[in-house]
Ligand binder design. Structure first.
Ligand SMILES: NCc1[nH]cc(CCC(=O)O)c1CC(=O)O
Ligand SMILES: [Mg+2]
Length: 350
């Protein structure tokens, strides 16, 4: 009996093989899986580095790399360090990075004022990256939660999240980001009408080429927990986001949300979270045929990383399989904290 990797791979003694008459099968799907070359030949989807967007967390200071406890392997970086990681992204051929700030608690207030400060951490980071690596795509999240003392994405009055008043602030936030050199504005707030308002303001200010990737179908999800640790809004957050983020029970509603954001001028749309919502990715792609992205969010990353660190699953294989699943569902790309590790892996594979 041949032993490979500790497991028997063939039984040579015919007397131990159970007797069975051959099945009368014309079609045997296993023929196409019999060897590596055959599997390569019939493979329907591939993951490449072109599919990756790498989300990063920025923190004030210099020479800072602070581990995020609930996201093993992910750090908050000061601007100088983010520039180094942007260089790493460029060298790995990752087309685009996404930036999220950890805002000092003293700069957070009820109105999220810091969001529209042209000198805020995000704007400084964008300028620093663009100065050194103008060829890499930079995506900026638009929402107030990193800047509000209450951790919500919008302004609050009497316990209600105000829509139109919030949109006015998001427009200002988008303009300072565009002015700093951001390539893609990505509103993640789920207010109604914000895509149209932002597009109009960008155009009026001459930022005709700044793209919008709308977090169009964003669900009120438990999988954002580690992200809220990373940006420091977890402790602050009062209540939940169910009056603006979508009910996980719904799918028709996602189609309606995407339709509206496209009509308002979104260049690309996103579904979020990722793995539990691949049905939505598929439906959006088939319905609209537009550039469609998925966000493999912090909690999805944490689950795989934690299980891998415990030796409960093969982390690399689970990572690559999860990313390929987005492609199979129809996504054009994935925002994923695995981006650098996946890009390294793809490079090794040649
Ligand atoms: N509006 C902020 C925002 N932008 C991206 C994420 C989550 C990303 C992740 O979990 O990785 C969130 C959190 C939230 O809506 O509470
Ligand atoms: Mg909407």
């Amino acid at each position: 009996m041949a032993i490979k990797f500790g497991r028997p791979i063939e039984i040579r003694d015919p007397s131990t093989r159970p007797a069975a008459p051959p099945l009368d099968l014309t079609i045997r799907p296993r023929r196409n899986r019999k060897t590596e070359w055959a599997r390569r030949l019939v493979r329907e989807n591939v993951l490449t580095t072109d599919d990756l967007i790498w989300p990063m967390f920025v923190v004030d200071g210099t020479n800072q790399r602070v581990q995020v406890a609930s996201m093993p392997g992910v750090e908050r970086l000061s601007v100088d360090q983010i520039v180094r990681d942007a260089e790493r992204a460029a060298k790995l051929d990752i087309p685009c990075i996404a930036l999220f700030p950890f805002t000092e608690p003293s700069l957070r207030d009820e109105h999220g004022t810091e969001a529209a400060n042209p000198e805020n951490l995000i704007c400084k980071t964008v300028r620093a990256i663009k100065k050194e690596f103008p060829q890499i795509g930079v995506l900026c999240d638009v929402a107030l939660d990193p800047y509000t003392s209450h951790g919500h994405d919008g302004l609050i009055e009497d316990g209600r999240i105000l829509n139109d008043e919030t949109v006015a602030v998001l427009v200002q936030q988008s303009l300072v980001q565009a002015q700093a050199g951001c390539d893609v504005i990505a509103p993640s707030d789920m207010m109604d009408g914000r895509i149209g308002a932002i597009r109009e303001a960008l155009d009026a200010a001459g930022y005709l080429d700044v793209q919008i990737m709308a977090y169009a179908a964003k669900y009120a999800s438990a999988f954002y927990g580690p992200f809220r640790d990373a940006i420091g809004s977890a402790k602050a957050l009062t209540g939940d986001k169910r009056t603006y983020q979508m009910d996980p029970a719904n799918t028709d509603e996602a189609i309606r949300e995407v339709e509206l954001d496209l009509a308002e001028g979104a260049d690309m749309v996103m579904v979020k979270p990722g793995m539990p919502y691949l049905d939505i990715v598929r439906r959006v792609k088939e319905t609209f045929g537009v550039p469609t992205f998925a966000y493999q969010v912090s909690g999805e990353y944490a689950m795989i990383a934690a299980a891998a660190n415990n030796g409960w699953l093969d982390g690399d294989r689970a990572m690559m399989e999860s990313l390929l699943a987005f492609k199979r569902a129809g996504a054009n790309g994935v925002l994923t904290y695995f981006a650098p590790a996946a890009a390294e892996k793809l490079r090794q594979q040649g």
